[in-house]
Design a protein around this ligand. Structure first.
Ligand SMILES: *Cc1c(COP(=O)(O)O)cnc(C)c1O
Length: 356
């Protein structure tokens, strides 16, 4: 079976973990601080705060920006459910805006019509490793005085017009096992706003600036030094892995260009796609996915149900009609693109699809 995702964790990571265990500093210690520094450099920002997951990062970002009851957060319905759920966690309301058909990211043209006096934030989601149209989004946010919280959980090292993703507002990353780099479970919040950074640090550890002093209601969302040690090793390999993903994507796109009925991924101008997912559009998707699995190719559907149509959201009274996202959810199919793929495997994927 060619897996859809393959975490690459080897000897260097093992050694790093053993070193931490021997040191006795296991949680939120020196490795976490070093990992935060390196991660801030990746995003060209002042502050990075390591947390226990991408979901925790999004949750803390909402709290740090004091988004809560009766506030609205504009976001995309075409994502993993954690993106929108974070608004629900703090009592706010996610407001869904349809996506751009070419890039699967929030359509800036449709944002302003959904802004109300309760809108507090825009949460662009850099889906599959590709940036949203940040020029347009920043312009709208400035005009309406809205906070930007980037869901960069799939976009480690992505740039937009040469500027790193994560530097446009407060941004949240996931370091889950299948992301482009991993700490197994883990997350990161990055920001240039030192007040937000300080609140985020308090929120992740029981609102505690000093041992047994608690100034706000906080949580336990800490990252361990074991995780950070793995993350430090992974971070060094990110650029190389991202470029291997890009060349794998190029190879797939060339190979599939002759196959009728497939739309290969489009790359936004002046932007850098890191191909967390290589996602094609194809009619009769479920049938093709089944056949590919039978032939030993691990494929994924990201995502089969847009968030506003999830039972949870229907129960909350959502009845939006968002045709671009709804069509995408029926047509998208992610193929393996990870850096551990061999040329033979890529050829096999292309040939198998062509034959189907
Ligand atoms: C992975 C992911 C998350 C959640 O991250 P976890 O680390 O799994 O909590 C949120 N949003 C998007 C777009 C993701 O891909």
């Amino acid at each position: 079976m060619i897996p859809i995702a393959k975490p690459i964790i080897g000897k260097e990571e093992q050694d790093a973990i053993l070193e931490v265990i021997a040191s006795g500093q296991l949680v939120q210690g020196p490795k976490v601080r070093e990992f935060e520094e390196r991660f801030a450099e990746l995003c060209s920002v002042e502050h990075a705060i390591a947390v226990s997951s991408g979901t925790a990062a999004l949750h803390i970002a909402m709290l740090a920006h004091e988004i809560g009851q009766s506030d609205e957060v504009i976001t995309s319905p075409f994502s993993f459910v954690a993106s929108a759920n974070c608004a629900l966690y703090v009592g706010a309301r996610p407001v869904f805006v349809d996506i751009e058909p070419d890039f699967f990211t929030i359509d800036p043209q449709k944002i302003e019509e959904r802004i109300t006096k309760n809108t507090k934030a825009i949460m662009p989601i850099h889906l599959y490793g590709q940036s949203c149209d940040m020029d347009a989004i920043v312009k709208i946010a400035e005009k309406h005085n809205l906070v930007i919280i980037e869901d960069a959980c799939q976009a480690h090292g992505t740039t937009f017009h040469g500027r790193p993703i994560g530097s446009f507002g407060t941004a949240c990353y996931s370091l889950y096992a299948t992301k482009n780099i991993t700490t197994i479970e883990g997350g990161m919040i990055v920001t240039n706003d030192s007040q937000i950074a300080e609140r985020a640090r308090l929120l992740r550890a029981h609102g505690s600036p000093r041992t047994y002093e608690h100034v706000i209601l906080g949580y336990n969302m800490r990252l361990t030094d074991l995780s950070a040690a793995i993350g430090l090793v992974q971070l060094k390999k990110l650029n190389e892995w991202n470029s291997t993903r890009r060349s794998n994507a190029e190879y797939l796109t060339n190979g599939l260009s002759e196959v009728k009925g497939i739309v290969t991924p489009k790359i936004r101008e002046n932007s850098d796609h890191i191909f967390h997912q290589y996602t094609i559009r194809i009619a009769d998707r479920d049938n093709v996915a089944q056949k590919l699995k039978e032939k030993g190719i691990g494929v994924g559907v990201h995502y089969p149900t847009p968030i506003h149509q999830q039972p949870l959201y229907k129960d909350l009274g959502y009845s939006d009609i968002l045709p671009v996202a709804e069509t995408a959810s029926k047509e998208v199919l992610s193929l393996p693109v990870h850096p551990a793929l061999t040329k033979d495997e890529l050829d096999y994927i292309i040939d198998t699809i062509a034959r189907i």
